[in-house]
Design a protein around this ligand. Sequence first.
Ligand code: PEP
Ligand code: MG
Length: 536
Amino acid sequence: MKVYQGKPVSPGLVLGQVSRLQRPVERFGRGPFNPEREQKMLDAAVATAQQELEMMMERAGPAEEAIFLFQSMMLEDEGFMQNVQFQIKAGIGAAEAMSKVGHRYAEQLANMKDNAYMQLRSVDILDATRRVLNILSNRPRVWQALDHPVIIATDILMPSDLFSVRSGMILGVITSEGSGQSHAAILAKSMRIPAIIQVGSEFLDDCDGRTVILDAARGECMLDPDAETRQQAVTRICDIQRENEELNALCALPCRTKDNQEFELLANCFGPEDVTTARGLGAQGVGLLRSSYMMMPGHALDEQEQYVFYSSCLAAAGGGPVTVRTFDFGADRTVADAFQGLQSSKLGLRGIRSSLLRPRQFETQICALLRAAARGPLRVMFPMVTDVEDWNAAMRLVEHSRQTLRERGVEFNENTPFGVMLSVPSACLTAEDFAACGCDFFVIGTNDLTQYTHAVDREIAMVEHYYRPASPAMKRLITMVLDAAKPRNLPVTICGLAAGNPDSAVQYLHLGVRSFSMSPQSLLETKKALREADSK
Ligand code: PEP
Ligand code: MG
């Protein structure tokens, strides 16, 4: 028996046989090539690839759909395809041209170290490129005719790998490399397939056809386990199944406290992928969508691309509300050209402050949001608001955006609700002013509110004991917000890590909070605690 250590990305414990996914080594013909013929072959292959992707979209849920849609859009990207065409005109074969450009693009994105979103898009480009290459070489796109469920092992998992076999045939996934932020990792999680990454190449060379215990929660796998270890694993698998069934049963139960008070459970999400996961775990909607994660360095998404992104989040939420936070650059640090260094520090140009300094970028986002709001219950909130001056300035721009859309004759929702994310004490202390100025809802962001209230950087471990999200000071601020909301009946949601911590969630419940937004993984445990608590 040999134990390999990796990183957990999707929890679970399984025992099974490993099947190593082999990728063909690309070999390209030497030519000479007829550029016109090569271009025609490429066009036909791209069309076939797009048909295949469309078929996969039909089979997929909304989250996976967005991934394959991106891949299909990539194959239509003018810049990308012109680059391939340029290579073909220079006398290179279609397959080699496609491979070169695809790998170059993927590498550029993979090198954006501070942008997890673009890094994971890099694998999508490789996936789409590989599909076209397989079509050009007449290789099957279904990688294995599996007759029994297996644990797949590979170097990097691509999103379409998970869709290239019949559902239920993948017990688990082990990759020697890969990233926890990758789409494949997110998909594995949303499809509830246990997965670990970065176990190293030695495992990969060793594993094909052998038995493995994949303990994805611990991030380890055991190759050729002895009889005793197998027996222990089987017992634990049964225990986990029973616990999961108990927690899953909670999904269907109403969100009511012991004394029969209703509460709302929402999720904090990054994109359609985890909106789907959250919905599967009983979230009634999205209390915080961190929109900054879809942006790429040096290439801001245009209005249409943002509109597609927000619309796919609405689709994934299946009719539940989606609360989009406008860009919180500086904090999320996903855009390389966003303000850097001191300026974008925690006390600098964060959130709405940065958006107000970039009115064109802000207007693009607001227009996309107003348009998407015509397709479902979308709400918009501004982060890092200090006082009503910020609110008024932001709302002036919203009005301007509405006017622009009216003039363009584009469909949008005139009555899209706008709110503030309360994460700065000065905003909580003046919450009444926001209510008086027409703010439609409040979301309390406990992560940052704790940081600013207690003067403690949330990322510095040494001062962690000062970071107390349910301290008396925090409770007073939260109560102020609830009181300010009451006369106008404004909805108040509490979000952040503390909202998903059963202990503090119950304390917030006792203050009068009735709407909680948390990371999808915390939903069931928190629901259990709230259901077992009295509301006072
Ligand atoms: C918060 O500040 O509470 C919050 C949820 O936002 P983020 O963690 O994205 O800063
Ligand atoms: Mg925050």
